[in-house]
Design a protein around this ligand. Sequence first.
Ligand code: COA
Ligand code: MG
Length: 294
Amino acid sequence: MAVRSWLFVPGDSEKKLDKIGGTAADVVILDLEDSVATDNKGRARDMVGSWLAAHRAKVTDGKRMGRWVRINALDSRDWREDLVAVLPGGPDGIMLPKSAGPESVTQLNAELWELEQRAGLPSGSVKIMPLVSETAAAAISIPSYATASLPRLAGLTWGAEDLSAAIGASRKRGPDGQWTDTFRFARVQTLLTAHARGVMAIDTLHADFSDEAGLRRAAENSRGDGFAGMLAIHPAQVPVINAAFTPSESELTEARAIVEAFAAQPDAGTLQIDGRMIDRPHLTLAQRILGNSI
Ligand code: COA
Ligand code: MG
C-alpha cells in the first residue's frame, strides 16, 4: 500500500465524505477529533462507521486506498464509543491524537483486541499511528517510542497546531517560512524515532491549502529528509504530495545503475559511477528508492 498522501476528512461532513472517491489519496483519515464540533461527535462516529462499512475497498491504479480513523483523545469521553462505532467497518488503522507516549498506544492496543474479535477482524490487524507531539510532555519524550513493546505500531506522525497552543507559541514558522526550533525539534525526533523503530515516518500537514508552491517545497523537503508520506487537509494537496513522494525517472535510473553496479561487483565495498564514489550507504538508499523502503 502506498503511503504518500494521508488526507484528513471531517467525519461529520457528508459532502466531504462523498468527495473521497474522487481523490487519489493513498490513505484517507476519517476524523472524529479536532475537525468535529462537540455536538456533532455522535453523528460523526455513526457517519464514519457507515462510510467504512459501505467502502470496504477502493482501488485506484491497482492500489487500495488505506482507510484510517482519527478517534478522540484518550482523556475524552468519546474514544471508546468511537472505536465501537468504527471497528465493524474494518479500518486499516487508528490515528491516536494527543498521545502522551507509548503508554497511550498500549492503552488503545488493549481496547482493540476485543473489538476486533467482535467485528470478526483478524487479531492485531488494526494498526495504530500516534500523533506524538501534541503536548509539551509528549514532545520531549518522543524517543521513548523507539524501544517500547508496541505490536500494532505502524508509524509515527506529528502536529504543530496543538503543540503551539499548548506552549503559547504565537508563531510556528520564522520569516523564512521554515519551522522554528521547537517544531523542528519535534519533527526530527519523529523522523529518527520512526526509523529507529522501523515504522513509517509521516510528516505533518501544510496548513495553507491554497499555497501550492509552498506545499510542493514542504513535500519535497519531507521526502528528501526521509519521511515516507505527509498529512493533507484538502483534496487539492493530494496530487502535489503524491508527485513529490514519487521518485523521478532520473532518480530511478540512477538507483538502478547503483544496484546493478554492486550486483556486477558483489565483493566491492566502494566503486565509482561516472567519476563519483559510491559505497554501501548509496546502495541502501538506492534500494529504498526502488521501493523496498519504509
Ligand atoms: N476532504 C474531502 N473534501 C474536501 C476536503 C477534505 N478534507 N476539503 C475540502 N473538500 C471539498 C469541499 O467540500 C469542496 O467541495 P465542493 O467543490 O463540492 O464545494 C471542495 O473540496 C473544495 O473545497 P474548498 O471550497 O476549497 O474548501 P472548504 O472551504 O470547503 O474547506 C477546509 C476548507 C479547510 C474547511 C477543508 O479543507 C477541511 O475540512 N479540511 C480538513 C480539516 C481537517 O480534517 N482537519 C483535521 C486535521 S488538522
Ligand atoms: Mg489537533
